[in-house]
Design a protein around this ligand. Structure first.
Ligand code: NAP
Length: 284
């Protein structure tokens, strides 16, 4: 029976570190602040925005939520972003997705100053992740790495197999994992014989969005299994891994909920702090 990769415990440690760093900035006269822009009233986005507000405030981070009606013109959203880019009291800007159809997501993402782009979606940050330079990177791929390293799992030298090449999780994760000196295989919906590849993994990471896709016979005995998936099922959520079956063969496994997802909001807060350092030319 596998041991758990306990996302809640890792998140607690991480939040304590962030709380301390925020306190240090405040002692220097800087009040770290995150601004979240919500266009429309998508129920999940409202929940995510409120959750960020709660975590921000519990850590001593200032927070401002800009709620705009669903029919807001794109130019109006861009004007708000422009204002927040120039506001020295705002250190992180996040736009909740999805945006209404009449707003071009790419134009909005590219409008945020890269040093304030705490979601790690600006093309410049996308480039930095490739080149290995300092930048702001998406929270969920970072969560996969943090949950491993902070649970004592060595990544260097391991064969990591990632299932999913999505823009939010799989693709950025490839480059973050490579930086940790793993050998990486990436699989997707067009990969023939997915099981063959997943069975080679020392560390298997699922980022697909298909409930319980990864079955017991797809996992090498003793492997570490990280589940980044979130799928709605009747009565709650589940991951991309068939947890109940796979836990009997894996060495370590992250649950859903209580795994990767537990870390993501904290890592957005950490991005705000990294953003402050970048905005100030890396001085802390
Ligand atoms: P996405 O953009 O939809 O990408 C899904 C990927 O899975 C694609 O590369 C797709 O392949 C691949 N795929 C789909 N069906 C497959 C199959 N049967 N076999 C192998 N690969 C398959 O998803 P995403 O935004 O990256 O998100 C991935 C998962 O992470 C979702 O469950 C999402 O809910 C979750 N997520 C979690 C958090 C968190 O906080 N924990 C945050 C964001 C996302 P193709 O490229 O060939 O289409």
């Amino acid at each position: 029976m596998a041991q758990l990769l306990d996302g809640k415990a890792v998140a607690k440690t991480l939040k304590e570190e962030i709380r301390q760093e925020i306190a240090q900035w405040r002692e220097k006269g800087v009040q770290p602040k995150l601004a979240v822009i919500l266009v429309g009233d998508d129920p999940a986005s409202v929940v995510y925005a409120k959750s960020k507000q709660k975590v921000s405030e519990s850590l001593g981070m200032a927070f401002e939520l800009f709620t705009l009606p669903a029919d807001t013109a794109e130019t109006e959203v861009l004007t708000l972003i422009e204002r927040l880019n120039g506001d020295t009291q705002t250190h992180g800007i996040m736009i909740e997705l999805p945006l209404p159809k009449h707003i071009a997501k790419e134009r909005i993402m590219a409008a945020v100053l890269p040093e304030k782009d705490v979601d790690g979606v600006h093309p410049v940050n996308r480039g930095y992740i490739l080149s290995g330079q300092k930048g702001l990177f998406p929270a969920t791929p970072q969560s996969c790495i943090e949950i491993l390293l902070r649970s004592g799992v060595e990544i260097a030298g391991k064969h990591v197999v990632i299932v999913g090449r999505g823009e939010t999780v799989g693709k950025p994760l490839v480059f973050l994992i490579l930086k940790h000196n793993a050998t990486v295989t990436i699989c997707h919906s067009k990969t023939p014989d997915l099981s063959y590849h997943t069975r080679q993994a020392d560390i298997l990471i699922a980022a697909v969005g298909r409930a319980k896709l990864i079955k017991k016979d797809m996992v090498k005995p003793g492997a570490v299994v990280v589940d980044a998936g979130i799928n709605e099922i009747p009565g709650g959520i589940c991951g991309d891994v068939d947890f109940e079956a796979v836990k009997d063969v894996a060495g370590l496994i992250s649950p859903v909920p209580g795994g990767v997802g537990s870390l993501t909001t904290a890592l957005i807060m950490r991005n705000v702090l990294q953003g402050i350092a970048l905005q100030r030319g890396n001085q802390k």
